[in-house]
Unconditional design. Structure first.
Length: 335
């Protein structure tokens, strides 16, 4: 049983022996002492597990380890959500190869505490019912994410990334863009209930990333805040599952590679939105949100229909260039 205010860190590992000690040290040395770490190893073949087990001997009752088969990033983090301790108060996603800044835990908890009881924030959820382990509606589903300090493999700082959003986090943004760097994401217990305690089982094969799904769900029913202050050293070493861009060339290259990778797929953003509608549509009460979601997932079979959609579309990306690109991709039928 955890004390009130416990922050549970949800870390997925895979062949992370080279860097995981630095990450664990940075978490365990946080001034915010009420921290518990839940690690799921995704089938490592190096010394990752033995390193974690060594830490368990030095920090009894602070680290739990789930040993699993290699299932990939999204399923691994989803498994961590399902195994999260429901008696904790707050939760943070965590990557194995980054390093937390000393204020990371305190900043995350402070921001969540200031936001989760905000009486000005409307709750669009129909209910967070009694089976949700006693969490009451007075706590708004809340999530925070932050900038990162990009570094090279030796933790030498490069640039602050992603440096957005320019516009406030919103459901209308989350449908078509992810602003949440997963390794910086923290959320409260009510948000965890919102993600897990659904009448319909979430098909995780339809979601883009675990952090994007959290942004989409929580922005609809609660509150998402982006803090323009780095909370982690985001190590770029060439083996990252997902990485940041240090310059314009890297950003363009990443977007082009993503386009080439997915050009044969069928409207991935629409697939994710359809899955959200299937799971959460019956809980939505905001009329404009419902309309925008239904318009986005509706078929657009010809150019006339696509022009008509863009005239009523309120969805947005975080920069003018990306907004123009979104509109072009709608017109050519890519989205």
């Amino acid at each position: 049983m955890h004390t009130p205010g416990t922050l549970q860190v949800l870390m997925s590992t895979y062949n992370g022996a080279k860097y995981i000690s630095a990450q664990l040290d940075s978490i365990l040395s946080q001034p915010y002492e009420s921290i518990h770490i839940l690690i799921r190893d995704d089938g490592s073949s190096d010394e990752t597990i033995s390193i974690i087990e060594e830490y368990q001997t030095h920090y009894p009752n602070r680290i739990d380890l789930l040993k699993g088969e290699n299932i990939g990033v999204i399923p691994s983090f989803w498994s961590l959500l399902q195994h999260a301790d429901r008696e904790a108060t707050y939760y943070s996603f965590c990557d194995q190869d980054d390093v937390w800044m000393p204020h990371k835990a305190e900043t995350s908890v402070r921001l969540l505490q200031s936001l989760e009881t905000d009486k000005q924030q409307p709750l669009h959820a129909v209910s967070l019912d009694e089976r949700n382990h006693g969490f009451q509606q007075k706590f708004i589903p809340t999530m925070i994410c932050t900038d990162t300090q990009l570094t090279d493999g030796h933790l030498n700082p490069t640039v602050v990334w992603p440096g957005m959003p320019h516009l406030k986090p919103s459901f209308y943004n989350a449908l078509i863009q992810n602003i949440a760097v997963g390794a910086t994401v923290s959320f409260n217990a009510t948000a965890l209930s919102l993600l897990l305690d659904t009448k319909q089982t979430v098909n995780i094969a339809a979601i883009q990333m675990h952090d994007w799904w959290a942004y989409l769900v929580i922005s609809c029913f609660g509150k998402v805040h982006f803090e323009h202050q780095p909370t982690i050293y985001y190590r770029q070493h060439g083996g990252n599952a997902v990485g940041g861009e240090a310059n314009v060339y890297q950003k363009i290259k990443k977007k082009w590679n993503s386009f080439l990778k997915h050009r044969g797929d069928k409207k991935l953003l629409v697939q994710q939105a359809k899955e959200f509608y299937r799971v959460y549509g019956s809980q939505m009460t905001d009329v404009q949100m419902i309309d925008q979601l239904e318009q986005f997932i509706a078929p657009r079979t010809n150019l006339r229909a696509r022009f008509r959609y863009l005239r009523i579309c309120k969805l947005f990306r975080q920069s003018l260039t990306e907004q123009l690109l979104f509109r072009v991709l709608i017109l050519v039928g890519y989205i």
